[in-house]
Design a protein around this ligand. Structure first.
Ligand code: AMP
Length: 126
């Protein structure tokens, strides 16, 4: 998928998942958010928490979205508790635009767990 196309149309594969037009392993759903397993996991546990509202990037978050963003973290924390990895720990991050590694232009919280994460998250030196 081309980032530039999805950025302008604001319509991504995640819209199709929200609308149940394509399948996903859904872990949680409410009126504001959806959580589902990442199709290409980067950790033993890797799922995405997304708003149903199609916000393209972190940069496009509006003042009215502030509570929604908190809700995404609340969903992540509840799923961490439910799936038993809250205490061990996890990473919950959003990538933004090209340098952040964003490929799908509908904001999503990556929740990665099940092993110790490295830091910093990039491989090359500054
Ligand atoms: P990012 O690179 O931060 O934009 O992350 C996009 C994530 O979406 C990647 O981790 C992909 O593996 C994941 N992804 C793309 N398509 C699907 C899909 N159909 N179902 C689940 N995860 C997906």
């Amino acid at each position: 998928m081309s980032g530039s196309i999805s950025q302008t149309t604001n319509e991504t594969i995640f819209t199709k998942i929200i609308n149940k037009e394509i399948p996903a392993d859904i872990l949680y759903e409410d009126e504001l958010a959806l959580a589902f397993s990442d199709i290409n996991p980067q950790a033993p546990i890797h799922f995405l928490v997304i708003p149903k509202k199609p916000i393209t990037t972190i940069n496009a978050i509006q003042e009215e979205d502030k509570a929604l963003l908190g809700h995404l973290y609340w969903v992540a924390a509840n799923l961490a508790e439910k799936h038993g990895f809250a205490k061990d720990g996890y990473r919950a991050v959003m990538n933004c635009n090209e340098n952040g590694g964003q490929t799908v232009y509908h904001i999503h919280l990556h929740v990665l767990a099940g092993k110790a994460m490295g830091w910093p998250p990039y491989q090359n030196k500054l």
